[in-house]
Write a protein that binds this ligand. Structure first.
Ligand code: SF4
Length: 467
């Protein structure tokens, strides 16, 4: 999981029963969409306790940092944020405005929980990604004895069973976690150590949550998992469902018109999933399929367990099933031992695949991962230069793809109001933002839009029909 959403997740929440003033909850979310989902679910478990979201930590009764361990210096950023929170907490107490409970959640909590409690005494709770359903209980215990820590064990099944059936999600799109953990052990990645082994939610639980979302007006779900296409949740007959079978079942839910999933591993791109892209209209033609590097030698060092040719063959088969498939990827440049020749293989792969969008980063060592101690670490200056060249190519491809849609009519799901007048912003099937004037009455609907132009990060369009 590699894209970043370094912004707070806000939830609408109701006042607690009995009319008492709601307690203010601020959740700051770092990292991938799975953390965004987890933050939403934390707000859900805390809502019955009277916590309503606020958009700033200042004045909040409960602050949660939902952390990500994937980026360099992740823990340092958390400590720096905690330093600021500690000052706020002290100011609040000195002014007689009551306490502020501070929790650290997510993957940094999982990896460094003990250390966090030692280094920052202002932290009341540390809760790993598989234990946030216990937040209400932890809060109660913390009121009595500060310093309780929980969540080192991986038990995603217990977590999902304990979460409330209803979600506070508003809007027409939603994330839905269906799988957690990873058994792949890429040599640069901490996920197998922080999220545990691969585990899939049972089909019935996923369908129940999806139906509840559809009842609230959600038209598009993005199924989440660290290795989402390795999904093998238990079906109604006790046998595992593949992700493709799950997608067919979800497509039957009235009102749920669009299904996406992320993030996938090339080795789990099964035949039935590729075929589903050819015949299931609800499955959107946008696939995030990270490859990380284009050199077989580097792919071996990364322990990706596939080579470049296998990736090319997969892309060919996917595009045969769904010719307009927009491909997205992740890339790491400057992996230990990467030569100019290896990097040129990555550039060549990008030219051949032609991406609609991609995330690319300079390699940075994660403590505890095998790659962190590999010889031949690439100097920063070299890695920066390579990243610059790769990003220039990826941007060129993204712009070309967006511009190629000018003149086409695309079904757009309108999500929210735009900045100007009655402008509305929607989503194309290829996950681009589409800006359309005089369309704010269409939020929640899927409407044909003629694309006028494509920019780097969005499309502009006009309505050709409003009913
Ligand atoms: S497949 Fe590799 S990069 Fe992805 S979560 Fe697993 S170990 Fe990390």
């Amino acid at each position: 999981m590699t894209d970043t959403l370094d912004k707070p997740v806000l939830e609408d929440g109701g006042a607690p029963e009995g009319g008492a003033a709601p307690k203010r909850l601020f959740i700051k979310t770092y990292g991938c969409q799975m953390n965004v989902y987890d933050s939403e679910r934390m707000a859900d478990v805390l809502r019955p306790l009277g916590y309503a979201p606020t958009d700033t930590a200042d004045g909040a009764d409960f602050v949660i940092l939902n952390t990500c361990h994937i980026r360099e210096k992740a823990a340092e950023k958390v400590y720096s944020e905690l330093g600021k929170l500690r000052e706020m907490k002290e100011r609040r107490a000195a002014a007689g405005q009551g306490g502020m409970t501070i929790a650290v959640a997510g993957c940094v909590a999982q990896a460094e929980g003990e250390e966090i409690m030692k280094r920052q005494p202002a932290v009341d709770l540390v809760v790993g990604p598989q234990a946030y359903h216990q937040l209400p209980e932890l809060l109660t215990r913390t009121a009595r004895a500060r310093g309780e820590r929980i969540g080192a064990d991986f038990a995603p099944n217990e977590k999902f069973d304990a979460l409330p059936a209803t979600r506070g999600t508003e809007g027409v799109t939603a994330f839905l976690t269906v799988q957690e953990g990873c058994d792949k052990f890429c040599t640069f990645c901490v996920v197998p150590y922080t999220r545990g082994a691969e585990w899939s939610r049972p089909v019935a639980a996923v369908l129940d949550e999806a139906r509840a979302l559809a009842d609230r007006g959600v038209r598009e779900v993005t199924l989440l998992g660290q290795n989402v296409n390795a999904y093998d949740g238990e079906g109604p007959d006790g046998k595992p469902f593949t992700l493709a079978r799950l997608a067919y079942a979800l497509a039957e839910i009235p009102g749920l018109d669009r299904i996406r999933y992320t993030t996938s591993h090339p080795n789990d791109m099964s035949d039935d999933l590729i075929a589903a892209h050819g015949d299931l209209d609800a499955l959107m033609p946008y696939l995030h399929l990270p490859v990380q590097a284009g050199s077989d030698r580097i792919l071996r060092l990364m322990n990706r367990k596939h080579g470049r040719q296998k990736y090319f063959d997969l892309i060919d088969r996917i595009r045969e099933a769904r010719p307009d498939m927009a491909m997205a990827g992740d890339f790491i440049v400057g992996f230990p031992g990467e030569t100019d020749r290896d990097f040129e293989d990555t550039m060549d792969l990008v030219r051949r695949v032609n991406y609609a969008s991609a995330f690319s980063f300079m390699y940075s060592p994660r403590p505890g991962t095998p790659a962190a101690t590999m010889a031949a670490q690439v100097p920063d200056a070299v890695a920066k230069e390579r990243l610059h060249a790769l990003q220039a190519l990826l941007t060129e491809q993204q712009v070309a793809f967006n511009q190629s849609l000018a003149g086409r009519v695309l079904p757009v799901l309108f999500e929210k109001k735009g900045r100007h007048g009655a402008q509305a912003i929607g989503r194309s099937p290829y996950l681009q933002s589409v800006h359309v004037d005089d369309a704010d009455q269409l939020i929640g609907r899927i409407v044909p839009v003629e694309i006028i132009s494509g920019q780097q990060n969005s499309l502009s369009g006009r309505l050709i029909q409003t009913n």
